[in-house]
Design a protein around this ligand. Sequence first.
Ligand code: ME8
Length: 656
Amino acid sequence: MAAIKKFYVTTPIYYATGAPHLGTLYSTVLADVAARWHKVCGDEVYFLTGTDEFGQKVAQAAHEAGKDPQTFVDSYIDAYKDLWKQYEIEYSQFMRTTNEFHVKAVQAWLRKLLEKGDVYKGAYEGWYCLPCETYITEKDFIPGTVNPACLSCERPTKWVSEPTYFFKLSAYQDKLLAFFQAHPDFIIPRERFAEVISFVKSGLQDISISRSTLTWGVPFPGDDAHVTYVWADALNNYITAIGYAQEDKKEQFAKWWPADMQVMGKDIVRFHAIYWPAFLIAAELPMPHHLLVHGWIKVGDHKMSKSRGNAINPHELLKNYGADAVRYYLLRQLAITQDGQFSVEDLEQKITSDLANDLGNLLNRMIILADKQGATTITVGVWQEEEQELHKKMVMMLEEVSKEMERGYFHIALAGVWKYVSAVNSYFHAREPWKLAKQDPARFMTVLSATAHSLYAIAYVLWPVMPHKMEELLHALGCTFELQGDKISQLKNQSWNKVFTVQKNDPLFQKPEPTNSLSPEAMPDCGPGPLDVAVGAAVSFEPQPTSADVSIEDVMKVELRAGTITACVRVSGSEKLLRMEVNFGDAGRRTIFSGIQKHYSPEQLIEKQAIFVFNLKPRKMMGEASCGMLLTAEDEQGRLAFIAPERPVPNGKVLK
Ligand code: ME8
């Protein structure tokens, strides 16, 4: 038997200056999904999250609230723990930096660095960004701002001048570059690695790691006038939580460190990719395996944040849509490689199309049919070529999903699952089991059995994302969810041999009542368009004969852009439509429907670049908004060809 692997995953520890919001929830859900994925794969998992409680930012917020800092931070802990519970976040430990064991372990780390000569005393003069708790150099200013504004949070910085202890970061430049070169997958996605490497190459200066104008912090060992700079204390939570520098926890520490995946937003990548590895080398500890760095949830042009006051309330979402649907949307809609907008209208559409229509209805139809025919015990089918084909697709899906889940590309993994959901829907419809029930009962049973086996596999791969709903799905199939060994490998390697006893239940997902009609104003992502083209035109793409010539001004009204199709599926219940997800670079990602199912299979389009009408008014198709139109032309045999640039061009490029 293969040895059980361990998986240690962390989130950032969030400043305990307010309740959690959708941004902090997003990172935490990403880590939870990674943790649960590894549980399904049979690994032993440790999942750490928590709060960052020291530092000037917290002290100032407490002062403004008229509370002492400890009472102030204490008041937010339940808000985190309660929300995490409601969103099914299954952490192993909730870390707080004011824990005494953390304070002592940070001091032990500092003593080691002082002894080694990695830390020395000096004086710091320069700009400081309080919201980011960061010392700022010229490289980090927004050019042209008078009281220099921080490039990361865009807020004014303050001049500080004080004695401080420095960490010799400059001595680690070459070691860091050598480590980066030897570990090209240290930062996921790789695009974010480039900026870190270029920052290190541009030269590292020693960093201040103590403050003498503040008392709310880990007391600096051997110098009562100083407390530890909050990042030097906070980053160490990843090791102190599991036992670093604690006599009685040596074994536990050796078992879990190094971390396998550390999740964070791109705002704090520099701390984690430069300071943190240097701190670890100085402490003679191994490096984490991967940093999973995601983009920002934005509201308009700005990062959503507590201090900006533009944060979406996760409690409202929970009340209206339930935890699983929100978790699904966060993972499916926001590519970890990019910033993304969170739109309630879009969330509702995804619940309707992906969850209620594609997945929920498939289960429902199968169970209602089985129930109607008195076939609630579904015996193992007699597999023909079609079922073998479907089984092959399931194995391919499991392989693709495993690869993407492992590296944290959850949005691609989910697109892969939905490609399979769509294949199962097509299989079920094409077999017409409602006719087979009378004509060929054995074949009828086989179709139900293949569908139930497919849904069983889908429930396990989606469990990390929607644990509660997938346990319900399994229950409807007469099964109980269990974590036993490597379930994904078992699903890949075992033939379909289960007997299911299905039971009628309420629909798995309720379609939400739309909060808004699909007006362009309700869909800021798509933007209003001056053209009003009928849906038929968007899906049939018949060449439109016209006798009237148009002026150049008229032509310029149509915005054509290049985009890459990143995901594509057949639309269940439609013989014509394909549903594509298209990447338009800085102009965002869009869902676009096209009536070309007879001409292209989804696989032929994925990863292809094509030209789209970008400013077509959003249109509702199959319960979802289609935000654009793929351009195609017909050849003499009536075959459609999509229009693509002669050479690849940057996604989002406007055609002239
Ligand atoms: O930086 N979109 O804490 P913090 C996506 N205490 N993710 C977001 C987000 C958004 N709009 N807003 C916040 C700190 N996040 C430090 C961390 S770790 C040793 C110390 C998430 O409360 C994202 O993970 O400001 C981001 O990196 C983190 O919250 C910042 O949380």
